[in-house]
Design a protein around this ligand. Sequence first.
Ligand code: HEM
Length: 401
Amino acid sequence: MEAAINILSPDFDKNPYPLYKQLQEEHPLYFFEPANAYVLSRYEDIHQALTDPAYTVKNYEFQSEPLHGRTFIQMDGREHSQYRNLVAPSIRGRDLAEKLMPIIDETAKEIYAPFLSKTSADFTTEFAARFPVLVISGILGLDKESESNFLKWYRTFVDFIGDLGQTPEITAAAFKTKDEITDYLLPIIADKRENPGDDILSTLCHAEVDGVRMTDQEIKAFVSLLITAGGESTDKMLSHTLRNLLEHPDQMMDVRNDRSLIQNAFVESMRFSPVTHRLMRITSEEVQVSGGTIPANSQVILLLGAAQHDSSVFKDPESFNIHRKELDIGKAFTAAANHVAFGAGRHFCVGSMLAKAEMDVAFNQLFDFTESISLDENAELVEKGLFTRGLYALPIRYTLK
Ligand code: HEM
């Protein structure tokens, strides 16, 4: 349990996977003093922590509430399901297929339009960093004129999450954004209460919990959470998925020839190169894990990135293979998923089906207008981040059809 491995070190940031393996084998329960937290790295312990109510989400009281306000990500039990269910049906199933797909499709077309008059691009900044956040604003029913504000707000939130409160300027920018989003949304909420549309924001404005309508501040918090939760992860996974396919041309060919494999490429990319590497929990009672006991009221860091590379669950975990059986693709977007990239249990990602739809549209359109795609020969791909990992650039060259 001694602090032999620094999970905040530059080495870890460069390549966490060898250190994950070392933790799993030598320190499955590891107290990391600088963060005052226990660290879990084995798949079975992490899955247990995500599904056992003894691990609460009170951590979001300091990880999420200061930025967004109080939202269902930090609620447990009945309160959590009541609030979660206000939005869940609108971003899955029939509503997703009928109402959201046209918005997703149109948004991708608009962002790809400039790609059609050239043969190279930075996929990360020109597509991935714009697409999911513009989809969210579209499905919320927010106007297109605010696009540049939306992208700016989203970036300051993402920078804040990655910075872990270290840089005062980044923290100050995030709190300024919080005020700007509030000022922008409150008049829109007032308007949607009077003149509802067929969008998710209007649904929230008229939703009731125990017979009581949500307050303006609650709705604002909800929207603010959706912008970051639904933006950053999908943004980074778009680039990881394309990078992985470009580095494995045979599998790229398989996906181009059978578009139903886009979902395999996405899920295997979340396993092989996940965006969310760490989640936190706080124990409400003493819990047993591999290697010992964690006392009540302890902070616990769950290394999702390690679980995704646990060889007891995923055979040959360091290889990228979209055909691997353990992906169990039929369940991969549900709470019964075998991977933990979307979490597990009651807080399993509410946007998993929306993320899948965005991936399908983004790659189908990209393959439709390109004959072939390759990495720019001068590209130096750098994946960075301790809590969430992503690429900062993915320069590509392509031939048009
Ligand atoms: C590749 C894409 C995505 C990944 C990898 C991802 C990952 C995750 C993970 C790991 C959690 C669990 C957090 C926890 O248990 O503490 C989560 C929850 C959540 N996600 Fe996603 N997410 C993605 C896309 C989306 C999208 C598109 C939305 C948009 C609506 C979204 C909204 C949320 C929300 C609101 C929660 C909180 C759920 C709850 O507490 O019940 N996510 N996501």
